[in-house]
Design a protein around this ligand. Structure first.
Ligand code: IMP
Length: 195
């Protein structure tokens, strides 16, 4: 029988990617599919803490095994920022705008004149089983932040991130090319190993 797992997301792209990686042995269902419309808290100061908070919330309120993810862009010269605050970087620093454009603008401003451009995307996935067992795994992709955005595909910080071993930004790659090396893929593969 297939193992049923809730993935604490309603993002169709993430669902499709994760279903494909985990394969036929698992039935992966979204929050919507279990009727969860809760405003799940993401108040922890780390990616691990937030992923666990979300997975625990769903597992305890809905009596199921659940995994949740949290991703951040960690920039070496900024001491790991924006990290857990990646989605709301500009807003959290009092800059105007709440979107990816504003976040990238602030990132490039904070890195102006900085020679060390090393950065990584890191995804943490937390699994909380219906028997209370908890596991966290992570996946990362190393790379660098360029000086000005390039490319139109993808989302978030993709136009300013060039993964190691390539010269293109994530936004200049097809979804397949990006997904083949992405932080989320690596975290999902790590999750598969503990399932
Ligand atoms: P989430 O945890 O997947 O919601 O990601 C948090 C934030 O990290 C997003 O709002 C984006 O700003 C950024 N982010 C996550 N994954 C990616 C990616 O693959 N490319 C670019 N930015 C990303």
């Amino acid at each position: 029988m297939k193992q049923r797992l809730v993935f604490a997301t309603n993002n169709a792209h993430k669902l499709q990617e994760v279903r494909q990686i985990l394969g036929d042995a698992f039935e992966v269902v979204s929050l919507e599919e279990i009727g969860c419309r809760d405003d799940i808290p993401e108040t922890e100061p780390t990616l691990e803490g937030n992923a666990l908070l979300k997975a625990r919330w769903v597992a305890s309120h809905y009596g199921c095994s659940c995994f949740a993810d949290d991703t951040g862009l960690e920039v070496e010269a900024l001491g790991g920022a924006p990290g857990v605050r990646s989605a709301r970087y500009a807003a959290s620093e009092g800059e105007p705008g709440h979107d990816s454009e504003a976040n990238m603008r602030l990132l490039l401003k904070n890195l102006r004149g900085v020679a060390d451009r090393r950065a990584r995307f890191r995804t943490v996935m937390a699994l909380v089983r219906d028997n209370g067992e908890e596991v966290t795994v992570s996946g990362r992709v190393e790379g660098k932040i360029i000086e000005a955005p390039r490319g139109t595909d993808g989302f978030g910080y993709d136009p300013v991130f060039v993964p190691e071993g390539d010269t293109r930004t994530f936004a200049e790659m097809t979804a397949e090319e990006k997904n083949a090396v992405s932080h989320r893929r690596r975290a999902t593969e790590a999750l598969l190993r503990v399932l």
